[in-house]
Design a protein around this ligand. Structure first.
Ligand code: NAD
Ligand code: IPM
Ligand code: MN
Length: 349
């Protein structure tokens, strides 16, 4: 078998700090992996004037899988939108057709006290958010204009076509089949036409999955249920914006946003792997960031793109045992540095 090429795109803020730990863990596995790094986001903008340089996009396309850190830079917040760091991750998702974003959240043993929820509520969490990543209000027509009354108006068109909904619904049902057989589709069909189509198509797809129990929930209720009784959820399938918001919320239910990894997959199994968190400018450069989300993203990469499920299990078990032994970064109330946390995971490997 040829060696697998991993594109490492560290990005901005804590991105390089957490990605370095994930890479160390991957290197320790003794697998046949080759790594190639490229700038992305604000770092790339400052070097080249483009947050997603052609060479970086080329590398992402050539690679067998992509390990992504995070993008976003306060120094770039005033730039024209197409030059902002965030366009790099949006561009990669779109260019590579990475439409299915898997965001698992599970309570690690020993982290009951770190959850924002009561221990007995938190203990039941083992869910997967399947977030659509190529459409919705993120990618519709957008702009600034002036109304007839002379007022400035911003607009972003929300839309989904049935093909987009069908393929993410299939990803949701397939994930539910591999797990506990429950799928909750989250929408706002009581108000939005986009969501009515979403619901109609999800119901059509359900006919092919008689073994999956499908339910529907409005997104406002879902936000409430996620903190009331998160144990009721197995797989949640939802649109780009709702999935973004609900996954940050789910992260605090298991203790920290620094714990949640993600896989962004195309139709064929090619994937980009990144923590759900951002560049955290408030703690960047201080060695405080929790690298677990990035390390767990590397595990998802081994499982979903590299055909190495046993190595993925090994990483996840090492993170679990490092946490259970009390190694914690500041976000979890501990004193470990980013590197010390990486060391603890490596030792547990
Ligand atoms: P953020 O996720 O960067 O940070 C939110 C809060 O969580 C901060 O207090 C931060 O310190 C903390 N936090 C995040 N990750 C952590 C970790 N690994 N360990 C410990 N604490 C952690 O969200 P934000 O502040 O809203 O956004 C900052 C920048 O990141 C913005 O430019 C935003 O656009 C960008 N962003 C990028 C991505 C991405 O690259 N996929 C995702 C989210 C936000
Ligand atoms: C995420 C981020 C991104 C999103 C931003 C940075 C474009 O919040 O990956 O969750 O909204 O998808
Ligand atoms: Mn987000």
């Amino acid at each position: 078998a040829h060696s697998s090429l991993i594109a490492i795109l560290p990005g901005d803020g804590i991105g390089p700090e957490v990605t370095a730990e994930a890479r160390r863990v991957l290197e320790a596995l003794g697998l046949d992996l080759a790594f190639e790094e490229a700038p992305v986001g604000g770092a790339a903008y400052h070097q080249t004037g483009n947050p997603l340089p052609e060479a970086t996009l080329d590398l992402a396309k050539r690679a067998d899988a992509i390990l992504f850190g995070s993008v976003g830079e306060p120094s770039c917040d005033a730039l024209a939108r197409h030059l902002r760091p965030e366009q790099a991750i949006l561009g990669l998702r779109k260019e590579l057709a990475l439409f299915a974003n898997l965001r698992p959240a599970k309570l690690f043993a020993g982290l009951e006290d770190a959850s924002a929820l009561r221990p007995e509520v938190a203990r039941a969490i083992d869910l997967l958010i399947v977030r659509e990543l190529n459409g919705d209000v993120y990618f519709g027509e957008k702009g600034m204009r002036t109304t007839d009354a002379g007022l400035r108006q911003g607009y972003d068109l929300m839309s989904y076509d049935e093909g987009e909904v069908r393929r993410i619904a299939i990803a949701g049902f397939a994930a539910a089949q591999r797990r506990r057989g429950k799928l909750c589709s989250v929408d706002k069909a009581n108000v939005l036409e986009t969501s009515q189509l979403w619901r109609d198509v999800v119901i059509e797809v359900a006919a092919d999955y008689p073994d999956v129990a499908l339910s529907h929930m409005y997104v406002d209720n879902a936000a409430m249920q996620l903190v009331r009784d998160p144990g009721q959820f197995d797989v949640i399938v939802t649109g780009n914006l709702f999935g973004d918001i609900l996954s940050d919320q789910a992260s605090m239910c298991v203790g920290s946003i620094g714990l949640l990894p993600s896989a962004s997959l195309d139709e064929g199994g090619k994937g980009l792997y990144e923590p759900i968190h951002g560049s955290a400018p408030d703690i960047a450069g201080q060695g405080k960031a929790n690298p677990c989300a990035a390390i767990l993203s590397a595990a998802l990469m081994l499982r979903h793109s590299l055909g190495q499920p046993a190595a993925a299990d090994r990483i996840e078990a090492a993170v679990a045992s490092a946490l259970a032994a009390g190694h914690r970064t500041a976000d979890l109330g501990g004193t470990c540095s980013t590197k010390a946390m990486g060391d603890a995971v490596l030792a547990a490997l």
